[in-house]
Design a protein around this ligand. Structure first.
Ligand SMILES: [Zn+2]
Length: 266
């Protein structure tokens, strides 16, 4: 679903301005900016919209794919369309794809089949893959162990990471980047294992994201229904706390990492 204020969102990225109702004055003083935004698809329609956005705004790059929770609704021609779209201008990654055992809507065998198509496409085009993994690490890790070896390993990012330190370490060893969304900003102690993992990701593998419209970070949680790129400042700030460094350092590292992984030239 296309957000109704894309111009405002991009303007706030450029200006470092935060949406109401949080004014974020300490961040405004730091003159933070979001240099570029990666918009992934979850089906054919949203993949096309991601490409359209990348054509409208130089700051936006696209990824195309069919999300594991959407692969049951896809039509026979949809995958062929994704294969055509992936070669288009502005597309820098394949995804979202992956596995989801939280929502019990799509059989795992269908999800694996869908995931394998994306893996093949990522390899053919040498594009990074954006992996969604929700309560599915037991299913995901054997796939990654098999696909990330040899002369042509699968590479990419585990997006909106929700695992613990052991899973993080293994994903990093297999070559993956680890991306954190709003959950690291939540104060609830049940997120302790996520905080521990976030503290230990190697500097050169760390990424941040919104995962909009989900997981609105603190202090916007329960105030706004969806988040937007400038709010990653709160995720970067929380990572800085957990990693005993500065917000500026996290901003610089994650920007460099995203540029390297997605080959974004600014
Ligand atoms: Zn996802």
């Amino acid at each position: 679903m296309m957000h109704d204020d894309i111009d405002g969102i991009i303007w706030r990225c450029d200006e470092g301005t935060f949406p109401e109702p949080v004014t974020a004055s300490t961040f405004v003083e730091k003159k933070l900016r979001v240099g570029f935004v990666l918009v992934p698809g979850v089906d054919v329609q949203s993949s096309k919209q991601a490409i359209e956005l990348s054509q409208r705004f130089p700051q936006i790059k696209a990824a195309v794919g069919i999300h594991p929770n959407h692969c049951n609704d896809s039509q026979p021609d949809d995958w062929r369309t994704i294969e055509k779209l992936v070669g288009g201008c502005g597309v820098v990654a394949v995804g979202e794809t992956g596995l989801d055992c939280y929502w019990d809507t799509v059989p795992l065998s269908t999800q694996h089949e869908n995931f394998q198509r994306h893996i093949k496409l990522s390899r053919q085009l040498r594009l990074p893959v954006i992996i969604h993994c929700r309560e599915a690490y037991a299913e995901l890790m054997p796939v990654l162990r098999k696909e990330c070896v040899g002369s042509d390993p699968l590479f990419g990012v585990i997006h909106s990471f929700s695992g613990g330190i052991e899973q993080m370490k293994e994903c990093v060893e297999l070559g993956f980047y680890i991306s954190f969304a709003g959950a690291v900003t939540f104060g609830n102690k049940k997120f302790t294992t996520l905080w521990e993992a976030a503290a230990k990701v190697p500097d050169e593998r760390l990424l941040i994201e919104t995962d909009t419209p989900f997981i609105v970070p603190t202090p916007y949680r329960n105030k706004l229904e969806s988040n937007e790129p400038i709010m990653t400042a709160y995720i970067a700030n929380r990572l800085a706390e957990l990693r005993h460094t500065t917000l500026e350092t996290i901003a610089e590292q994650t920007t460099k990492n995203a540029q390297r992984l997605f080959e974004i030239v600014t």
